[in-house]
Design a protein around this ligand. Structure first.
Ligand code: GLU
Length: 305
């Protein structure tokens, strides 16, 4: 791991090299679901002789937990998941996001929106029209105007062909929030391009965001990575394991066990007969046995811990 090396786009390898990433939001420590996402992106990158990066998506302070970013990094290390270049922190990328907004403003593709939740509800939550600015002095969001119709299709590595009409199904996406924060959809697209990510392997809770991200890439003339969405781990009540659903942090004292459970969860038949003494051995086994075809299709899987 060269965690402390300075991130520099000059030192990036050629584009044909696989570049994957894990991009946690520091709203709490890693739970089993996020460990599975980290592991899947790591194994897919390493099995393809690629580079694996970590990006801290710390652009939403109201949802963040103090110290969680450091905790997540320590947990990754404890599980042997070492990243290959310095961590990119989105909180330090405001200038890049701002300049993309300026560009879209110049081409007339974004518009201000002050619509309330109630107004959105009246349109079934889908905002696909340019609205009036009610109060020139009050804060507003910025939305990207989607074409009409805006049918997007893409092939998912694990979930095969996907399609979505952005206009009808999600509406004009918010790129800048009314609470004056950059939106996830903007930051993720700008940074996947900045880090020259070629493969995005992540949880299927983000599957429906992918068409929007591809659309934004097209508007900004940025390359589109390949996408693969793994089923999300759910609790016995069928809820996604997440900080909002109070998923418990993984126990760093049982890192080998956590990793073994996550490897099996990804469809890899870890042999019971062999004793793995540390995380490195488990990861080496995982890399050499990684098979994309083993990843379960979209039905959600109940996590055993
Ligand atoms: N930061 C997002 C999350 O923790 C993931 C973003 C992504 O992988 O694109 O849910």
């Amino acid at each position: 791991m060269n965690k402390d090396s300075l991130y520099s786009s000059d030192s990036l390898p050629p584009l044909n090299i696989y570049r994957g990433r894990f991009a946690p939001s520091p709203s709490g420590p890693l739970h089993f679901g996020s460990l599975v996402s980290a592991l899947a992106s790591y194994l897919d990158a390493k099995a393809n002789h690629g580079v694996w990066l970590v990006r801290m998506e710390d652009i939403d302070p109201p949802r963040e937990m103090a110290g969680a970013a450091d905790t997540i990094l320590k947990q990754l290390e404890r599980h042997g998941l070492y990243w290959d270049d310095a961590v990119l922190y989105q909180s330090q990328r405001s200038k890049a996001y701002q300049s993309v907004l300026e560009k879209l403003k110049q081409t007339g593709q974004i518009y201000p929106c002050q619509c309330s939740r109630q107004q959105l509800k009246e349109h079934q939550g889908i905002h696909n029209y340019r609205c009036e600015l009610f109060d020139q002095t009050a804060p507003f969001a910025l939305r990207l105007s989607a074409k009409k119709p805006c049918q997007m299709t893409f092939h998912d590595i694990f979930q095969s062909n996907q399609q979505q009409d952005i206009q009808q199904e999600v509406g004009d996406m918010v790129l800048y929030r009314k609470d004056q924060l950059f939106a996830y959809q903007l930051a993720v697209v700008v940074d996947d391009a900045f880090q020259q990510i070629t493969h995005v392997i992540r949880g299927s809770d983000l599957l429906s965001s992918t068409p929007r991200q591809i659309y934004l890439q097209q508007q900004l003339k940025l390359p589109t990575p390949e996408y693969g969405h793994i089923p999300v781990a759910v609790n016995p009540n069928g809820q996604k394991l997440s900080k909002q659903n109070h998923a418990k942090s993984i126990d760093d004292n049982t890192a080998e066990q956590n990793l073994a459970t996550a490897i099996r969860w990804l469809g890899l038949p870890l042999p019971a007969s062999h004793t793995f003494t540390n995380c490195d051995e488990l990861l080496t086994w995982g890399i050499s046995h990684w098979q994309r075809s083993k990843i379960p299709k979209m039905q959600e899987k109940v996590a055993s811990n």
